[in-house]
Design a protein around this ligand. Structure first.
Ligand SMILES: [Zn+2]
Length: 557
């Protein structure tokens, strides 16, 4: 089947998940109609192992080019890294379209977008509550949802072939620190008007019951903070978690502690939240970093980054006693108001060892009520389904096993609905309110280094080889008239054990460079370099069990 032809000629809407259906992170989905698309979220994720210089992982957009699709806009549900993180990296690849998001989401994107020449403020559109907006053939309505960041929305999308509800990330909290919480009535109203397809967040489907609310957690945090009456108090958290920062600021207000914000992302995000009215902190409640040591320790509360023991984070530097502003001391308390992202456990454990060496008290979610998830658990997910009561259900945002669990939950909850499971790259046809998989496209990852350059697979293969087996440089000079080796072979090794006989290797290479008489006429360095490569690799394979990268350099004079 020629998928690009179907996409171009058929009157259907096509749904193409590009990221987040098969992993936690890099959420991205395209809705396509008559070869024009709108992209929902443009997220990134961090590499599992921080080796070989990979800094950030983003979805591959090749399939959109394959389909011949042009992008009219990117609509963001909220400002978490797994929803906006590749928005700047992929902006030009996506054809520099208009972008849509709530005020906080756009503010969080702003700094990243500033370096991009094809972007300007005119392409930015703020999503406002109750105000519909059109992107190509699609009409959007936003519905506020509660989540571990402010200004998150679900999206109702009116398409030429039916109505879609995309939940974004959410949990159901009746009330938040700002008053209004998750408005069940709004979702129930949508449900009664009729929703053809529900796309819902699967992140916490493996956990039973309801996720504890941020307000309830806030009470626990307040009690904890006010019970610690000696030493400095350091709270580390995800810097975008504005509701959590509010809880901590609120707890500080009821104590004699003054607040100090350290780390660039905390300072930036709190700045944005204050400017947009999401956080109410008076300047008089804040102290500068260099004031910390001038106050008695029991009058200091520090909010900082570093929950995942990121090497450059404030907490890491404090734990290594290399932070320029102040030092941690015995008797100080460090609270991890966070969870450990899988893959970071070793590093976090090392950080905690450092803190204990200093004599700090360390509290995590295992010791006290200091963290809750921002994602709906099973009963909340079931609630969302019963409110919206869609004709079709497709789980999104999660590793494959989570999608399967959510799919099963859907079948129990909505026995009459049609249930589908899809992964990144599955092309789904949405027609008259029905969803059908019709093909599979390339769905991969793009890997970026710290400077935001793409790391091609070939380059990574080479880096892997270099790292695993090391490299050998062999230099030789050949006299072309006499067809004889006149200098070398010189062997230099990098990253290779010296447990081999260098003389044996040189002799072997000399033999391989002995040029037969009949060959001498068309003597070329390429042939000789190939000989060196083959023999050197064979030698190291036999003696050390490795196949290093060999760089032969042959001068024929
Ligand atoms: Zn999120």
């Amino acid at each position: 089947v020629d998928l690009s032809k179907s996409v171009k000629t058929k009157d259907s809407v096509f749904i193409l998940p590009l990221g987040g259906l098969g992993e936690i992170g890099m959420n991205m989905m395209a809705l396509i109609y008559k070869s024009r698309a709108v992209i929902l979220d443009c997220g990134a994720m961090f590499p599992e192992m921080n080796g070989m210089g990979i800094d950030l992982v983003a979805p591959c957009t090749e399939s959109l080019r394959e389909l011949g699709v042009e992008v009219d806009g990117i609509v963001y549900t909220h400002a978490h890294e797994d929803h906006i993180g590749s928005g700047a990296l992929l902006y030009q690849q996506l054809g520099s379209p208009d972008i849509y998001g709530t005020a906080f989401t756009l503010a969080m994107l702003e700094e990243r977008m500033t370096g991009i020449r094809s972007f300007n403020k005119k392409k930015e559109h703020t999503i406002e509550p109750g105000k519909a907006f059109k992107v190509g053939a699609f009409k959007f309505h936003s519905l506020p949802v509660t989540h571990s960041i402010v200004d998150s929305v679900a999206l109702k999308i009116e398409t030429p072939q039916g109505i879609i509800l995309h939940t974004g990330d959410f949990k159901i909290e009746d009330e938040t620190y700002r008053g209004e919480g998750f408005n069940e009535n709004e979702f129930a109203k949508l449900g009664s008007e009729g929703v053809d397809l529900l796309l819902s967040d699967s992140t916490n489907v493996e956990s039973p019951g309801w996720t504890k609310s941020e307000l309830d957690l806030g009470k626990d945090i307040k009690e904890l903070i006010q019970s610690i009456d000696r030493g400095k108090l350091i709270v580390t958290l995800f810097s975008s978690n504005i509701p959590r920062i509010h809880s901590i600021v609120d707890a500080a207000k009821g104590s004699k502690r003054k607040l100090c914000l350290i780390g660039r992302s905390v300072t930036t995000n709190v700045g944005i939240a204050r400017r947009l009215g999401f956080l109410d902190i008076d300047d008089s409640e804040l102290i500068e970093m260099d004031e910390v040591d001038r106050l008695p320790p029991e009058e200091v509360l520090v909010i900082c980054t570093g929950t995942q023991a990121e090497p450059r984070s404030a907490l890491m530097r404090l734990s290594l006693e290399t932070h320029s502003a102040f030092k941690l001391r015995a008797g100080d308390t460090v609270v991890f108001s966070s969870r450990q992202i899988p893959g970071n456990e070793r590093r976090i454990s090392g950080l905690m060892n450092n803190l204990h060496r200093i004599g700090c008290e360390v509290l995590t979610h295992r010791d006290a009520e200091v963290h809750v998830s921002g994602h709906a658990r099973r009963e909340e997910l079931a609630k969302m389904m019963s409110l919206v009561n869609p004709k079709c259900f497709l789980p999104v945002h999660g590793e494959y096993r989570m999608l399967v669990r959510h799919h099963q939950l859907g079948k129990e909850q909505l026995p009459k609905a049609k249930h589908l499971l899809a992964e990144n790259g599955d092309l789904l046809e949405f027609k008259s309110g029905h969803l059908e998989p019709i093909g599979k496209l390339e769905a991969g990852k793009q890997l970026f280094d710290e400077n935001r350059y793409i790391l091609e697979p070939e380059l990574l293969r080479e880096r892997k080889k270099l790292g695993f087996a090391g490299s050998v440089v062999v230099t030789a000079v050949i006299d072309s008239k006499r067809a004889r080796l006149i200098e070398g072979p010189d062997v230099q090794i990098y990253g290779i054990s010296e447990n081999f006989d260098p003389v044996a290797l040189e002799e072997l290479l000399e033999d391989s460079l002995r040029i037969p008489k009949k060959k001498s006429r068309d003597l070329d360095s390429e042939y000789l370099e190939k000989e060196i490569r083959v023999h050197t690799r064979r030698f190291f394979k036999r003696h050390l069990g490795i196949k290093p990268i060999v760089f032969p350099v042959v001068y024929v004079i």
